[in-house]
Ligand binder design. Sequence first.
Ligand code: OKP
Ligand code: ZN
Length: 328
Amino acid sequence: MELFEGSIVPAFEKPQRAELIRQRINEVHLGPIVNASEFPLRFATAVHDLRMVAFIENAYTEWEQLGRTGGAIPYSFLARGCCCNAVPVSLDGRLAYYTFDVATPVTRTSWQAVKGSVDTALTAAKLLHDGERAAFALCRPPGHHAGTDYYGGYCFLNNAAIAVNAIVEEGSQRVAVLDIDYHHGNGTQEIFYRRDDVLFVSIHADPTHEFPFFSGHADEAGASDGEGFNLNFPLPAGTGWKVWSEALGNALSRIAAYGPDVLVVSLGVDTYHGDPISHFLLGQEDFIRLGKRIASLQRPTLFVMEGGYAVDELGINVVNVLTGYEGA
Ligand code: OKP
Ligand code: ZN
C-alpha cells in the first residue's frame, strides 16, 4: 500500500512488474536468462552507510517487536538546518532519519528483495566483466533514489551505483551513467557528485514540479574533483519524443566525449505516455528508437531496471529498449 494524493492505494511498485518483464523477455526469446548469484554485502556498503544498510535489514523485525503491522514507515522527517549528526535511538526516529518519503515501507520481505535486487545488478556487471557486450539487470525494487545514507522513492539500495562502483573497483577508469527514468536519480547523483571517474547524466521531469523535488536542476554540475561530471536535463511535463530525444542526443554527445569504458543505463520506462504517476509522452516505438540510439555509443552496456508503472505495457516497453539496442 502507498499513500498517494492523500489516499491509501495499492503500491505502484509491485512484484508483478518484474514477472511481466521476464515474461516478455521469454516471449521474444531475448536472453539467455541468468539467475542472480549472491555477492557479499561489502559491495553495498562500499557505496552506502553501513548503519543504514543494517537498519533496512532489521527495521521490520524491530517494527514487529513493537507490535506493529503494515509496513515500517516514518511519521516525521529530518528537517533542513537541523543538527542531523546524531542518529536517534527510537525506531521512529531512525525511520525519520533514513528515509525521505512515505512511499517506501520496509515490509517482512523487503530485505530479501532489496538484497536480491543488488545481487542482480552485480551479477549483470560480472557478465560484462567476463566479456558480454551488454546485460540487462531485472532489478526490483529500483535503486536510483537511494543515496549514501538515505532511502526513498521505492528505492532502498542503489543497484546501479553499487554496480558502477564494483565496475570501477574491477579496473575501469571511467564509467558513465545514463539515467533515463522519468524521475531524477538523486541518489546516484549524490553518490558520484564529487567523482570524475563516474559521469552521471540524467534526463528527467523538472524537479521544480516533480518528485524528488530537491535535485535534478540543470545547474547541478558536480563538485570538487567531480565538477563537470554531472549533467542534468530537466524537461517539462508533456514532453514527447521530439524534445526528449534532443536531450538524449546532447546526453549521448557528452558521454561519447567522456569516452567511458562502460556505460550503465538506469532504465526507467515511466516516460511512457500511459504511466499512471508520470507526465511524459513517449510511445512504445520510441523505446525501440531509444535503444538504438544508446547502441550507437558502442560501449559495453549494463542496463539496470528502475521505474515504469504502466504494467500492461511494461514488458513491451522495456523489451523494446533492449531489442532496439540489440538490433542496432
Ligand atoms: C521511483 B522511480 C506520485 C508519488 C510517487 C514516488 C515516486 C518514485 C518513483 N505522485 N512518489 O524513479 O520510478
Ligand atoms: Zn521513475
